[in-house]
Structure formats: C-alpha cells, structure tokens
Design a binder for this molecule. Structure first.
Ligand code: 5RP
Length: 239
C-alpha cells in the first residue's frame, strides 16, 4: 500500500485520491458481503447508514431473504432500500432486532466506534441498542489505535447548540457547528476535534450528560459485537 501511495504522490494529488477511493471501496464491499453471510430468513434486521452500508443494501437486494423485517437507521437508507424493492418496518412494530449491520468512521480493536459522519448517529444508536447482535463493517482505513482523529459528532437540540459547544470546550475539545445540516430528527450536529478519547466509555457518559445533547457519536457502552474489516487482501474478523 505504501508503495503505490508514493508512486501516486509523485504524479498528482487528484490521481492519488481516486486510487485511494477505489481501494477503500474494495474493502467496504468485502466487509459488506461478509456481513451478508450472517443474515438469515425471518430475521428482524437493522440497516445502518453510509457508503459501506450502501454496498450491504445492494447485496441484500440482489440476494433477497424470506420474511425479513427491515428496520432502517435513516431516511437515506430507507430511500435506498425502497428503491430496491425492500420495505422497511417501524422499530416499534418489530421489537428487538436480531442483527444490526452498520459502518463507522473509526473503530478500535476493542470494538469501540465513532459514528455519525453521515449525521444518522441517533437512530443508529437506537437500533444498535435494540439489537441482539451488532456487526460493524469498515474498510481498513477506519481501524485506529485510539479514537478521536475523526471529529466526534454530537447531535444537539438546536436551542442548546452554543451551550453544549461551551461544555465541549471545557471537556477539552474544539467544537465546530456542521452548518446547513439538519438531522432526520430536526436537530443539529456539532463536530468535536482534538478530544482526548483515551477512555471512550467515560467520554461517552460525560458528553451524554450535557443538557441539550441528544446523542454523542461514541459507541463504547454499546460497541460492536463483531467488527469486519475489509481490505484489498480480504476480511479480518475482530470480536
Ligand atoms: C453515519 C455513520 C456511518 O456509519 C459512518 O459515517 C461511516 O460511513 P461510510 O461507510 O460512508 O464511511 O455513522 O451516520
């Protein structure tokens, strides 16, 4: 990998980016196809959000299962599922979810995650919480030793945005309002840089306790049960 990075740096940044995206997509697709092997007829299946999950949705539509009940974590995924002829059921009508499949912006070997790059963190956390099993699918660029290089998304009630931002500064972060973005729940997102997330469980608890926070995109209390890491070489399984 390092080899082709060096080669493409010497040509042009644009070419490098395209090559890297191709490589990443390969890993995403492999992880998504690996997750599909865990889907069984009759399951209540939670479907996450993002470009990695898009591969999962497309593969699911190509190989339909009988009597699946699908619960979606976003309007975006609901729309894609519907376009491919897959109907979605309300979580309240399904009860517990047998399996939840979703991507992540960062993941550790302890199966702690940062999620919410696509802004769907709240519904994702709800479906993950309702799931007996949560399989996270990522390409290998998402695997990190410590969470926090990716800005941590926090969904907030609009009137609380500035107050929450000040509390996040006290927690050591640099909050940035994700402007021109409204979540599926009508709320706003603050992306927080430079937080020390050496203890993801503690940080999740701390941020969740700030009044006005709807959800923090740390998935540590309820991390993944299985992490499937796709790369050009294959799929690594982490438990
Ligand atoms: C959306 C998410 C996504 O899972 C996360 O952003 C990863 O997305 P992608 O698969 O496109 O890299 O949390 O809210």
């Amino acid at each position: 990998m390092r080899h082709w990075l060096e080669i493409f740096y010497r040509t042009s940044a644009g070419t490098l980016l395209r090559r890297r995206e191709l490589n990443q997509d390969d890993g995403k697709k492999r992880a998504a196809l690996a997750a599909l092997t865990h889907v069984e007829d009759g399951m209540a299946l939670g479907v996450g959000t993002g470009s990695t999950v898009d591969f999962f949705i497309d593969a699911l539509a190509e190989r339909p299962h009988r009597k699946l009940r699908l619960v979606s974590s976003s309007e975006r995924s609901t729309e894609r599922l519907g376009r491919l002829g897959l109907d979605v059921t309300e979580l309240s009508a399904v009860g517990d979810v047998d399996l939840y499949v979703d991507g992540a912006d960062e993941a550790t070997q302890h199966l702690h995650l940062i999620k919410g790059g696509g802004g769907a963190l709240t519904r994702e956390k709800i479906v993950a919480g309702a799931a007996r099993k949560f399989i996270c699918i990522v390409d290998d660029s998402k695997l990190v030793g410590r969470l926090g290089k990716f800005p941590l998304p926090v969904e907030v009630i609009p009137m609380a945005r500035s107050f929450v931002a000040r509390q996040l500064v006290k927690a050591g972060g640099q909050p940035v309002w994700r402007q021109d973005f409204v979540t599926d729940n009508g709320n706003q997102i603050i992306d927080v840089r430079n937080l020390d997330i050496s203890n993801p469980v503690e940080m999740e608890t701390r941020i969740n306790q700030i009044p006005g926070v709807v959800t923090v995109g740390l998935f540590a209390h309820r991390g993944a049960d299985l992490l499937l890491v796709g790369s050009a070489e294959g799929v690594e399984i982490m438990t």
